[in-house]
Design a protein around this ligand. Structure first.
Ligand code: SIN
Ligand code: FE2
Length: 220
């Protein structure tokens, strides 16, 4: 019995340094997913979801908020991390303890020790929303991995290589799945295919993704 459980929880290697941890959230106590959702709700009340504009002038289909010391933002001037939420003029809400807990244990399960994220981008997808292939390269610390937690509707995650033209593999990300990428795949292109309409018992017609990053070079 124990052996079977152990095999089920083995990380699936999707590229060098990149792992899919299926059902990782359910390895915590029951209701941990609801605790994450409650924390998201608390963050959103201080830093509302907003559709940001790319430097090229496109409004993103994904609505975003941040918590932690730094938050990822985009506007006509470019992509960057900011310690102030441009919507409220205030610092981003603190990173909830349950966020740190899941991010650090997922990083560890994928072989990355001492991951201390200082930024969490919260992405909210409604049906049709997508994220084009891109690299996460606005962070100052390239040694830290990216930890991505999926909640709500199932999405198709595309994970390619270091060149935009490298063929991307596709993976289904379900409620409670976590992906961790770092090392030689830290700068691999990745994205999310347009979200299909469906209904999730906890989140309804949405998917929420948390991506944890070490954005600043001078934070612990
Ligand atoms: C991202 O690349 O920031 C988001 C990925 C995802 O939504 O799973
Ligand atoms: Fe990304």
């Amino acid at each position: 019995m124990q052996a079977a459980l152990y095999i089920e929880s083995e990380p699936i290697k999707i590229a060098d340094g990149a792992y899919l941890l299926q059902g990782f959230v359910s390895r915590f106590e029951s209701g941990f997913d609801q605790r994450l959702l409650d924390a998201i709700e608390a963050v959103r009340l201080q830093a509302p979801f907003r559709h940001m504009v790319t430097p090229g002038g496109y409004t993103m289909s994904v609505a975003m908020a941040n918590c932690g010391r730094a938050g990822w933002v985009t506007d006509r001037k470019g992509y960057r991390y900011s310690e102030i939420d441009p919507t409220t003029g205030l610092p981003w809400p603190a990173m909830p303890e349950v966020f740190l807990q899941i991010a650090q244990s997922a990083a560890l399960a994928a072989g990355y020790q001492d991951f201390v994220p200082d930024a969490c981008l919260i992405n909210r997808y409604e049906p049709g929303a997508r994220m084009a292939l891109h690299q996460d390269k606005d962070e100052q610390d390239a040694t830290a991995p990216i930890v991505s937690v999926s909640l709500g509707l199932t999405a198709t995650f595309m994970f390619g290589g270091l060149q935009r033209t490298d063929k991307a593999k596709r993976f289904k990300l379900e409620h409670g799945d976590v992906v961790v990428w770092g090392g030689t795949s830290r700068f691999n292109f990745h994205g999310i295919a347009p979200l299909k309409t469906s209904m999730h018992p906890l989140l309804g017609e949405q998917r929420i993704n948390l991506t944890f990053r070490k954005a600043l070079a001078d934070s612990p």
